[in-house]
Design a binder for this molecule. Sequence first.
Ligand SMILES: Nc1ncnc2c1ncn2[C@@H]1O[C@H](COP(=O)(O)OP(=O)(O)OP(=O)(O)O)[C@@H](O)[C@H]1O
Length: 260
Amino acid sequence: MLVIKDLNVRYPQAKEKALSNVNLTFENEEFVCVLGKSGAGKSTLIRCINGLQTSTSGSINWQGLRINDLKENELRKVRCEMGMIFQHFNLIPRMNILQNVLTGMFGKRKPIKNLLGIFSQEERERAHKVIEEVELSEHMFRRVEELSGGQKQRVGIARALLQQPKVFLGDEPVASLDPGTAHKIMQLIKTIHNKHKLLTIINVHDVTLAKKYATRIIALKEGKVIFNGYPETFNEEMYHLVYETNEPAFFEQHPLVMSM
Ligand SMILES: Nc1ncnc2c1ncn2[C@@H]1O[C@H](COP(=O)(O)OP(=O)(O)OP(=O)(O)O)[C@@H](O)[C@H]1O
């Protein structure tokens, strides 16, 4: 269980808080999508959860451990339990898929072994298995720079999966992809989420995707939680409030999209 209590984040020199009195509880195996306008605080929230961003006040408890009080080596262990995928993939372009995926193990190994690129047979086999899970086995030795965006995100997912995480975090993982590919990647994330029984927390801009895949939606506005509930209850009124727009909500106009 992940419990966030009275979390506040104010960046140095910032006038407003990026997160303001955030209180949230996540049960293991939930699939949560976080919505909000640009600048609402979504990335800050994700970065706080994996300890990349320190909080100004408040607490984050993961399985009874207070993340924001941990020393660097303890934090490293917690981060190993949190696989992360990114909008721009954060891969090493000149390295091949297998080499990129193997970096997912780095947190749990001796630095010298990482530096020399020494991996046991068992470690390589595990890497092959996760590459198979994201359906990239036949491209294993291709350089990442030659891949499409969707394939790159599959590599990112395989790398995170190799960590054997308990939490899967995504900071806009489908924002750089076309709508069809975005659906395929969300479907893959959901399949992996179900198979590995992960707690998944993902920032998305696309409400339709959130409503289709999430078991819960959280919406942030100016650093505050303004919606926390079932996807089906995130309605047009809430859409207008979150995105400060009078435009009709696409998902309400096209019920067929919801049944895709
Ligand atoms: N490193 C930083 N230093 C100062 N201010 C920051 C920093 N990172 C984010 N902010 C500010 O904190 C607020 C929340 O930003 P955050 O990136 O968390 O929002 P977001 O909802 O993820 O936005 P986007 O959808 O555009 O990625 C914004 O006002 C932003 O300008």
